[in-house]
Design a protein around this ligand. Structure first.
Ligand SMILES: Nc1ncnc2c1ncn2[C@@H]1O[C@H](COP(=O)(O)OP(=O)(O)OP(=O)(O)O)[C@@H](O)[C@H]1O
Ligand SMILES: [Mg+2]
Length: 250
């Protein structure tokens, strides 16, 4: 298997608080990796470091042959990492299609443009792929929450990333919306995208990923298959406190 990313000794301090401490892991090309951990464990901080929204205090992020630690977000997108946000942030006063067109204009997307595919046409295709056909001209602010999550996905995919980072794709979605979004992520995974997913809904996550990293107070406390995780006492305690017995109750 070809390695797409190797993170080593990644650390982020905010004043006296160590939000992420000496975290290392690798990611294979085409792998779908889960990141879990209690609130405040450092999951989003990790994504912010991988995407250039924060500069690491220490550590390296080797991605496709270069150490991208500390690069600006646009440079990282152009190198091939795109993300969605825990708190969705589309341009509310623009339509779904306009939101995606903007992402289609980034340098990487323009470079990857096939033939005469104009940004409008590409945006329409992306919206179709995420299940938003027919909603192209609805303002982002008028879309239901589940659809804004799909819109965020289309915007991230516009850059044709080598690696897609999804920060709690199922958060705030009801049962129905969650089951509707699930196959889309499954499809992206099947298509061979390398994906890292942060998610609290463990039941859904475990069906999507082959491997899971657990963060707790900024440190990596476990790295293994969903099955290994469910039997890992450290992980159970991080979630349920000492004396926690079964992972399935989370
Ligand atoms: N910009 C910042 N300035 C100061 N502290 C921060 C900043 N961003 C995050 N933190 C702190 O770093 C720690 C990790 O936060 P982070 O958002 O990464 O957690 P998380 O694992 O994503 O949590 P959640 O599951 O609630 O989304 C928290 O204690 C948080 O308050
Ligand atoms: Mg978070």
């Amino acid at each position: 298997m070809e390695q797409i990313m190797e993170v080593q000794g990644l650390t982020k301090n905010f004043g006296g608080l160590s939000a992420l401490r000496n975290v290392s892991f690798t990611l294979e090309k085409g792998e779908t990796l889960g990141i879990i951990g209690p609130n405040g464990a450092g999951k989003t901080t990790l994504f912010n470091l991988l995407t250039g929204f924060l500069k690491p205090t220490q550590g390296t992020i080797n991605f496709r042959g270069e150490n991208i630690a500390g690069w600006k977000p646009y440079a990282i997108v152009n190198k091939g990492i795109a993300r969605t946000f825990q708190i969705v942030r589309p341009f509310l006063q623009l339509t779904a299609q306009e939101n995606v067109i903007i992402s289609c204009l980034c340098a990487r997307a323009m470079e990857k443009r096939r033939g005469a595919d104009r940004p409008e046409a590409k945006a329409r295709k992306l919206l179709k792929n995420v299940g938003l056909s027919g909603k192209e001209f609805i303002l982002a602010k008028d879309l239901p929450h589940g659809d804004t999550k799909r819109l965020e996905m289309a915007r991230a995919l516009a850059a044709e990333p080598e690696l897609l980072l999804l920060d709690e794709p199922f958060a705030g979605l009801g049962h129905h919306e969650t089951s509707a979004l699930f196959p889309l992520i499954e499809q992206l995974s099947r298509e061979g995208h390398s994906i890292i997913i942060i998610e609290h809904k463990l039941r859904e996550l475990m069906k999507l990923v082959g491997r899971v990293i657990t963060l707790h107070f900024g440190e990596k406390i476990a790295d293994g298959t969903p099955d290994e995780l469910s039997r890992n006492q450290k992980v159970i305690e991080a979630y349920l406190g000492k004396g926690g017995r079964t992972f399935a109750t989370v």
